[in-house]
Design a protein around this ligand. Sequence first.
Ligand SMILES: Nc1ncnc2c1ncn2[C@@H]1O[C@H](COP(=O)(O)OP(=O)(O)O)[C@@H](O)[C@H]1O
Ligand SMILES: [Mg+2]
Length: 333
Amino acid sequence: MLNSIETKSLSKSFGDVTAVDDISFAVKSGEIFGFLGPNGAGKSTTMMILTTLLKPTSGHAFVSGYDVVTQAKQVRQNIGYVQQETTVDEYLTGRENLLLQARLNHISKDQINKRIDEVLDLIELSDKQNDSVVTYSGGMRKRLDIAGGLLHHPKVLFLDEPTVGLDIQTRRKIWEYIKKIHIEFEMSIFLTTHYMEEADQLCDRIGIIDYGKIQVIDTPQNMKSAMGNEVITLSIQNSNSHGSFVSELNKIETINKINEDNGKLILFASKVTEAIPKIFKISSNLDIKINSISLKQPTLDDVFISYTGHEIRDDDSVFNRKREHAKMKRLRA
Ligand SMILES: Nc1ncnc2c1ncn2[C@@H]1O[C@H](COP(=O)(O)OP(=O)(O)O)[C@@H](O)[C@H]1O
Ligand SMILES: [Mg+2]
């Protein structure tokens, strides 16, 4: 099969909130595909539709070739789903948790112990398997959760924000486990994240999702190179000529795109050595003072800003997002 996930004009509304808004995309067989987007973007809702836990309001979705609405049972047999919040029972041991999970997944009795040993080995928890989970660190709990999702050898693994709330060292370790599992099980992985670095490190392709809509789908590399070769960040003094400054900058041929964020101008340029003298010339002509200028290679953060017009922020409150969401809807209407 060519595609392990396919959606066609998939939408989901909760009252007047359109959480998922006419999404069409495909995840190729064997691929690690990620949804990158801020809180409230519609990532978990999409995942819950694909894992048959929510019904779409309209549109279609197929996982492993099965329709998530009319063939939900077949879909469930082919997938593993690791939720954002850990679901392990603290008062059981690691192994007991997996035993419970194996029974829930109807793994045959003669296979259970073999499968548990296999996943414990894979995520390197064998020597802690008989300790109760209450003694586990956050990272170990997450690994145990992931192990539980692998017991029945799913063809497609769903990971909803697999490293949220973990410190950076632990997150890096979890990334290594995810890469290892992906190779070992030869499966497709669909994950969601609001960490740029995570998407960059893990995904073959990324879909940037914001306000329930996919803004772009591409490889991390293509996204970054599509932005031009380098990013120039300019901080300038307030001035009445701000508008003319930006429109003059836009005329510089090697500047491909200009964004404004938090009072800073972010320029994506292909030949910075040619662009910079021109920038200074324009600023002096318009009598605009440049407070600072910095240069760097584009990151996925820059890509995100360029497609959505704002930064991904960790502390985005749901309240603010909802207000913005309502505003966007009015603007679109
Ligand atoms: N059960 C629900 N009832 C009402 N609104 C919901 C429900 N689940 C999600 N939403 C809303 O849908 C939007 C998308 O949420 P979600 O898919 O959880 O986003 P993400 O996982 O990207 O953070 C948000 O505005 C959220 O408040
Ligand atoms: Mg979520």
